[in-house]
Design a protein around this ligand. Sequence first.
Ligand SMILES: [Zn+2]
Length: 360
Amino acid sequence: MSMCVPYAVGIDVGGTKLAAALVARDGAITARTFQLTPTGIDAAGLLRLLGDLVAQVTGDVAPAAIAGIGLALPAFIDYPAQRVMHCVNLPLDAAGGCDVAAELARATGLTVTIDNDANAAAIGEGTWGAARDVRDFIMVTLGTGVGGGLVLDGKPYRGWRGLGAELGHIVVNCDDDTPCPCGGVGHLEAYVARPALTRAARLAATGPQGGALMRACGGDASGLDAEMLLDVADGGDPAATAVLSRAGSVLGTALSGLVNLLNPQMIVIGGGLGMRADSLFAAADAQLRACAPPALGDLQLVRAQLGNDAGLLGAAALAFQRTDGAESAADTAAGTVNAHTNTNTDTNTNTNTNTNRTDA
Ligand SMILES: [Zn+2]
């Protein structure tokens, strides 16, 4: 019966922007809104804003026609418990007293499901984007950080406590002390995210071939950023291209390990940086094929199709899945029975016993 509920709300919470949409079953966005994330906002203020965004996109649509709200957060999330373990830019940590899923559910009267933003992007691409009908794939989002999502055997794989698939924090260099924002060293994110590219571009600008990079920043290398690097690389500059290619090689090396382990059919590269950096993508592809065994040569490395809407749409897809019971069936199979019953409104409790798996 719940399969007939026609709409879900997807919300993508970013450090700079809050975006919300009312999404139909076929992935069509029927209403959308966004606003900039106020700096220094507290949890109560943020929850109020999220409630406002929900009201804006749902308008006159009856609550019974809405499967629920999916919330994509830039955070480490204990998915079975629906708790935010650590949110980088926003005051949503459960330890700080905020229970974002329960509080938004109370405020809106709708079921709320939270997930990591890269997981949501993977679910979005798998439902309506580049990985439609692909049962085993890896999603990589490149931007300010490096996010990852795994879909294995048709289901999001989050690990024991939902903290897995953190591709950005795979160690790619044991002999290097390049710091990662997480506190670790030698992690993938420290080589291929925007801050890393900015650092490498500034260094390259002062080198013998750095003329074009130096011109792009008006002669002051400290003003160079990743966007300028991409612009200069688009013009074919060898020094800028080399910076992106080096980062791509590191990414390809990291991905080859995952390919050897998981044998995915597809790897989807998304995120604002991933969608743009052509020489990074090409180098990652070449390195991946050089490092992975030839038997894995039919692997597809592709660009994401949903662009900036991947997280938003994935969050809505998550809300649909949750209500349809596919997720709870999967969780039951994984031994985390009742994991979903703790945080949400009563409208959801009956769906947790639903076992309409489509993959049996
Ligand atoms: Zn890290």
